[in-house]
Ligand binder design. Structure first.
Ligand code: ZN
Length: 474
């Protein structure tokens, strides 16, 4: 009853603000919808934009501060006993204005980028460009003589490929500006225009080659799966995830970068000792030429069961000393010891199953949903696309915030693990160094970081590590 009156209220609101006349383009036979999904979509999109912009403004204000926050300097003074603390304070003071300038440029760029996305998202849906694109796709399929073949699948695939190509083209100026203006101005961009375009073409081709067969299978499974189709879709996607976890690092990433075995020497033997000490089944140790694209640095591990590999960016090897790199890897192996990667995998699989189950429950609303956005076609792809873009969007946003909270908790745990191994000093000075080299934000807004940061701010990590040492000493 309450639900019906809410719907009635929204429908009235929709007509009183003139949304009834939208979308402008409707497919032949697409009548007016009986549910106010378009209003919901517009309202939710604006709400998210306002919230995000409010957070951006808070962060922007912090990026204008002229001096580092006193708590950070306080913590840095005691980074370790052999005078490195004072050294860290003076380094942070000297790099602070460069880091603020980089943060401000990124923040300004982000404002234009997200506002442009908002305008494109709203106009696309209000003018009905997507149902129009569907009609174009279906026309192309008919012209190719595939109209009677495989139901809606050829049109669905054409629609997806066209959407991807258009999205890449629309985003291209922003992507170019971010790389060749913002990153370049602060000394991070190392790639040429040739490499940039080669990357774009390669990744677009790969996306098409991978997503076309996967999407065809998912659509077929939904069509044939009956009432419990979501279980079969999930089982299929589970196998696909395992396949991707195997081929992404071994086949796909080497298409973009060169992975070479780490040279024999102190660094290699220290890492091998660390792996032995914590029984990490290390089978290969690589260095990757990240410097080909950017001066930012990183390290990670991957692989199943007894076959794990560690990858170090060449930029990290250049920026940090052996003890710091080993300490950072001590932190990484903490993620492995505490099953954080497995936890992430379980969460993503549960999410997948829940989202398709919800999609199954929402199929009754499918027609009203499609009509709200101007479609008369009953193609599964469109229902699926609108379900995720409209009905499931709030869940996605909440989950994103939750995942950041969880990730920050995991980061603290991995730091504590490295501290327990005796890497407190190395990890603290390593983190400070990476923060300086990457010009990371040293003065983040607490609300902004609570919503957006997957890693806790430097000052919080250093404070927590000191508490960990304190506990050990007592
Ligand atoms: Zn971590």
């Amino acid at each position: 009853m309450a639900f019906a009156s809410v719907l009635g209220f929204l429908a009235n609101l929709e007509s009183s603000i003139g949304l009834e006349a939208f979308p402008k383009y409707r497919q032949e036979g697409a009548e007016k919808s009986d549910a106010p999904f378009l209003l919901f979509f517009v309202g939710f999109t604006l709400l998210v934009y306002l919230l995000e912009t409010y957070l951006d403004l808070r962060q922007h204000r912090n990026l204008k501060a002229g001096t580092p926050p006193p708590t950070l300097l306080e913590v840095l003074k005691t980074v370790d006993e052999d005078n490195k603390g004072l050294e860290a304070v003076s380094k942070v003071e000297s790099k602070f204005s460069a880091s603020q300038a980089y943060g401000l440029d990124k923040s300004r760029f982000h404002f234009f980028d997200s506002t442009f996305d908002l305008v494109v998202g709203l106009t696309t849906n209000l003018l009905g460009w997507m149902p129009w694109l569907w009609d174009v796709s279906s026309g192309l399929v008919a012209k190719a003589g595939l109209g009677d073949w495989g139901g809606d699948i050829p049109t669905s695939l054409t629609f997806v490929v066209l959407t991807m190509v258009l999205q890449t083209l629309i985003g291209l100026p922003f992507s170019l500006y971010s790389t060749f203006v913002v990153e370049a101005k602060h000394g991070f961009n190392k790639q040429t225009l040739g490499l940039f375009f080669a990357d774009k073409v390669k990744s677009m081709l790969l996306t098409v080659v991978i997503s076309v067969p996967v999407l065809s299978c998912v659509l077929k499974i939904i069509e044939l799966g009956g009432k419990h189709f979501y279980v079969y879709v999930w089982a299929f996607m589970f196998c696909f995830s395992i396949l991707m976890l195997t081929i992404v690092p071994t086949v796909i990433m080497p298409m973009f970068n060169t992975y070479s075995p780490l040279e024999d020497g102190e660094l290699k033997s220290s890492i091998e000792n660390l792996a032995k000490r914590v029984s990490f089944p290390l089978t290969n140790l690589f260095s990757v030429d990240g410097s080909k694209r950017s001066a930012h640095s990183n390290a990670y591990f991957y692989g199943f069961f007894k076959n794990k590999r560690i990858v170090l960016y060449d930029t990290l090897i250049k920026q940090a000393d052996t003890n710091e790199i080993v300490s950072i890897l001590g932190h990484e192996l903490g993620h492995w010891k505490m099953s954080h990667t497995l936890q992430g995998f379980v969460i993503s699989q549960t999410y997948l199953l829940a989202s398709f189950c919800a999609f199954g429950l929402a199929t009754e609303l499918g027609e009203s949903l499609r009509l709200s956005f101007g479609y008369s076609t009953s193609a599964t792809l469109i229902t699926l696309y609108l379900f995720f873009a409209v009905m499931w969007a709030p869940v996605d946003h909440l989950l994103g915030v939750f995942m950041n909270v969880l990730s920050r908790k995991n980061e603290f745990e991995a730091d504590a693990y490295a501290v327990k191994l005796g890497y407190s000093k190395g990890l603290q000075s390593g983190l400070v160094k990476l923060q300086l080299e990457n010009l990371g934000n040293m003065n983040p807004d607490p609300w902004y970081s609570a919503f957006h940061y997957s890693h806790p701010p430097l000052v919080e990590r250093l404070q927590a590590m000191r508490t960990d040492i304190g506990i050990k000493r007592e």
